[in-house]
Design a protein around this ligand. Structure first.
Ligand code: PLP
Length: 391
């Protein structure tokens, strides 16, 4: 497609924050604009029939604002190519269609994001793709769920949502590859700042860029980053053939968000660690779930594959479901709401909110569970808010 400039290539060799700020785009040759314009155009003037400028023909196939984001995503995940979609689920569906056909089989996490589970259970299964849920923290259980010759994808989320289970990317990549399957990692919770699955052997990374990548709760988007050229070409074909692409304004918002991902993630982690300290040992809390805690069953693996442990914290309320619901309504700085990964702190009750659709299935979550997306406000304000809501 568009040729990579020296600026972009230099950026790809540099540190994470430099790549976040410079990769994917060089100042516009005609105006010098430092930030990619929002190319609100569906089509492009051709210099004679087939004489495309920079490969641009029609904005479903490619749009310069989206190209900039896709280059930035590839640089951050250290993949061959990035692809931006209208939502995380649109990215997932495109990937399944690019890699599976009816009769194929996928192993999915038994505590996958609810929307991912629904996509596989209600849409991909109806299309003829079979699924088996397996616990991602148990390499042997994942191996046992694989059907050699039929399994095309081992799907991993780590940490998972909302129980923050950790899967070993390197070990699961080996298990998937042994069986001729791809390892796909949903890296939404960790973000590429904390974990780069492609460097640990995964074949594809999935993002809901709605979350930490966008980071400001102002856009819905998704992404795929692919490690190897051949699969990238299949995904590129399907991205255009299906057409669930990110629009230019959405691509621009995600790109702006990604520039500050490193500083935001460090503050999310700092604040989450302080929240975990407050909740641990609080008499209103029966269990704190955070991969940074030594007693978390995935702590060791998380320490190996993650830079830090992230901004998501889940905990169980000692007095049960009603107390958990009351708590969610009593916080003032933590906003009651779904989603995660924005600068503002959010609180929710997964059993009644994000995970209501998996009640009664293998993916059901405890009814006294509360999930926090710890934002980047002043830490003392977050702690005081939780303290008053718990008392
Ligand atoms: C939100 C989310 C998705 C789905 O992304 P959308 O942008 O809402 O379509 C997928 N995986 C995880 C882990 C998520 O949190």
């Amino acid at each position: 497609m568009t040729q990579q400039s020296d600026h972009t290539q230099d950026a790809q060799k540099s540190g994470f924050e430099t790549r976040a700020i410079h990769a994917g785009y060089e100042p516009d040759p005609t105006t010098g604009a430092v930030i990619p314009p929002i190319f609100a155009t569906s089509t492009y003037k051709q210099d004679g029939v087939g004489g495309l400028r920079g490969g641009y023909e029609y904005s479903r196939s490619a749009n310069p604002t989206r190209t900039a984001l896709e280059g930035q995503l590839a640089a951050l995940e250290e993949g061959e190519r990035g692809f931006a979609f209208a939502s995380g689920l649109a990215a997932e569906d495109t990937l399944v269609r690019a890699t599976c056909k009816p009769g194929d089989h996928v192993v999915i996490p038994n505590d996958a994001y609810g929307g991912t589970y629904r996509l596989f259970a209600k849409v991909e299964q109806a299309w003829g793709v079979e699924i088996t849920p397996a616990p991602v923290s148990d390499v042997d259980a994942v191996r046992a769920a694989i059907r050699p010759g039929q399994t095309k994808i081992v799907w991993l989320e780590t940490p998972t949502n909302p129980l923050l289970t950790i899967g070993d990317v390197e070990a699961l990549a080996a298990v998937a590859h042994e069986a001729g399957a791809l390892l796909v990692v949903d890296n939404t919770f960790a973000s590429p700042y904390l974990q780069q699955p492609l460097t640990l052997g995964a074949d594809v990374v999935v993002h809901s860029t709605t979350k930490y990548a966008g980071g400001h709760s102002d856009v819905v988007g998704g992404a795929l980053v692919v490690r190897e050229l051949e699969l990238a070409e299949q995904v590129a074909f399907h991205q255009n053939a299906i057409g669930a692409v990110a629009g230019p304004f959405d691509a621009w918002l995600v790109m702006r968000g990604l520039k500050t991902l490193g500083v935001r993630m460090d503050r999310h982690c700092d604040n989450a660690e302080k929240v975990v300290d407050l909740l641990t040992g609080h008499r209103g809390v029966s269990q704190v779930i955070y991969p940074g805690l030594a007693e978390h069953p995935g702590h060791q693996v998380a320490t190996q594959q993650m830079k830090r442990y992230g901004g998501m914290v889940s905990f169980r309320v000692a007095a049960g479901e009603q107390a958990a619901l009351d708590l969610c309504e009593r916080t003032r700085v933590f906003t009651l709401g779904e989603s995660l990964g924005g600068v503002e702190s959010l609180i929710e009750h997964p059993g009644r909110m994000t995970h209501a659709s998996v009640a009664g299935t293998d993916l059901e979550v405890p009814n006294d569970l509360v999930r926090l997306s710890v934002g980047i406000e002043t830490a003392d304000d977050l702690l005081a808010d939780l303290e008053q809501a718990l008392s």
